[in-house]
Design a protein around this ligand. Structure first.
Ligand code: ASP
Ligand code: MG
Length: 435
């Protein structure tokens, strides 16, 4: 049975500075007397900055502490804008930052992903402490919850897999009790805990997924993702002009879009909501009165074309060295290696003696794959590719998107067209120089 609890998720862009925090508080003030679980990400680009810290520490570049100091100062600046001098938040923030300093004072750990999770998740811990304190400071009573006390994961660092039964039990035994004491419970996105109480992150942009986990376990009335766009759009407005907002979407269409790389919602978000029929709203924190997009069990209507671009892709040409056909036993071996090294296949094709795959260009992961394959296969890698997906396409639109591009492979289904492209190399004729 549905509860009357709502789940809100605010991403990094909504709390990137003191005004952002005030704006979030202002939105929340309109929901007084409702029971809300608020899930918040790290402030602004903090996660990227902390990734740099981890990288500097791991590679012993000598500037990890310095980079970390920059992150700290950005947070202190926000805290100074929001609170009076003697407020307890200064010590709270300090204590939180110190936890990663212990890691940075040590030699880099051998397990990079484990070390990453111990440092990068500080971003969510500080941001939620700041926002919760601010809400209380202005009189909106809010309880801060450590999501690691309720969201249980295995120990796949950087991509924790949820242990659902344990998580469900913890959330239902703890969160409604907190909501009896006060209306708002505020917690971190992106973070969970292993059974040995180590912090584990759920993968980049994982805060949406955290909010969906809370929604599912609490049988929430609805979930809302507050974004810097009006709702789900037909294409990325940073790349295309004339994009429009989709007022309604089915869970199925939303799943398809995220599968093909639409970043507006984290891919893992929809399934838990769809399983319980919980509506998902995507709304603007800049224009909170707007309708946004509602994603439900809708019957699919006529959608306009939706374009999804995934940049920084690599196309791999894998062929057998002994000219044997790429047959089932090869494929199953190849797939198991892709899975092992966590390389996600975005598009693929097999021909007689070769196998073509489009994957995100993550050199560290690909290096492992190549090593494992080199004895039996020849591999060529084409970098700098884009994967273009068009849902509900029409031919003229495809043609217009091919302009100035070389199409390396393409594929069309009844609703979806995909192509891997590269920018056309610009060759200038020497004899054009009229000198
Ligand atoms: N802060 C994390 C990230 O930037 C999680 C999130 O924002 O959803 O990936
Ligand atoms: Mg985000």
């Amino acid at each position: 049975m549905k509860s009357s609890i709502k789940v809100f998720k605010f991403g990094g862009a909504s709390v990137k500075d003191a005004n952002g925090v005030k704006n979030v508080a202002n939105i929340l003030s309109k929901y007084k007397n409702e029971k809300i679980v608020i899930v918040i990400s790290a402030m602004g680009k903090t996660t990227n900055a902390l990734e740099e810290v981890v990288n500097a520490h791991a590679k012993k570049l000598g500037n990890a502490i310095e980079l970390y100091e920059v992150v700290k100062q950005q947070h202190y600046a926000i805290v100074r804008d929001l609170f009076p001098d003697q407020h307890e938040i200064f010590n709270i923030v300090n204590d939180t930052f110190v936890e990663a300093e212990w890691v940075l004072d040590d030699e880099p750990y051998e397990d990079y992903d484990y070390m990453y999770d111990q440092i990068v998740t500080i971003g969510e811990l500080v941001s939620t402490k700041i926002v919760a304190s601010y809400l209380n400071f202005i009189g909106i009573s809010t309880i801060w919850l450590d999501s690691r006390d309720v969201i249980a994961s295995d120990n796949t660092y950087r991509e924790g897999r949820i242990i659902w039964d344990k998580t469900l039990n913890s959330i239902i035994s703890k969160v409604p009790k907190l909501l009896e004491k006060t209306d708002f419970v505020l917690t971190q996105g992106f973070i969970a805990s292993t059974s040995e109480n180590f912090t584990v992150s759920l993968g980049r942009e994982g805060s949406d997924y955290s909010a969906a986990i809370f929604s599912y376990c609490l049988d929430a009335e609805s979930m809302t993702i507050w974004k810097d766009v009006k709702g789900v759009l037909t294409a990325d407005p940073r790349i295309f002009e004339n994009v429009s907002k989709l007022d309604r979407l089915s869970y199925k269409e939303a799943i398809e879009m995220t599968y093909y790389g639409a970043t507006v919602i984290h891919p893992k978000t929809i399934k838990p909501l769809q399983n319980k029929g919980i509506p998902l709203y995507v709304k603007s924190f800049i224009e909170p009165e707007g309708d946004g997009t509602i994603i439900t069990n809708d019957v699919d209507t006529n959608y306009p074309p939706i374009i999804i671009i995934e940049k920084n892709q690599a196309l791999l040409y894998i062929s057998s060295k002994d000219f044997s056909f790429i047959a089932e036993h090869h494929l199953s071996h190849l797939f198991s290696l892709f899975d092992k090294y966590r390389i996600w296949i975005n598009m693929m094709r097999n021909t007689a003696i070769s196998f073509l795959v489009c994957v995100p260009n993550q050199p560290d992961r690909l290096k492992n794959l190549f090593k494992a394959l080199e004895s039996d296969f020849t591999i060529a890698k084409e970098e700098g590719c884009e994967l273009v997906t068009i849902r509900h396409y029409y031919p003229e639109l495809i043609e217009s998107l091919k302009k100035d591009k070389v199409v390396l492979i393409d594929e069309s289904g009844s609703k979806t067209f995909q192509m891997v492209t590269k920018n056309m190399p610009i060759m200038k004729r020497k004899d054009d120089n009229n000198s």
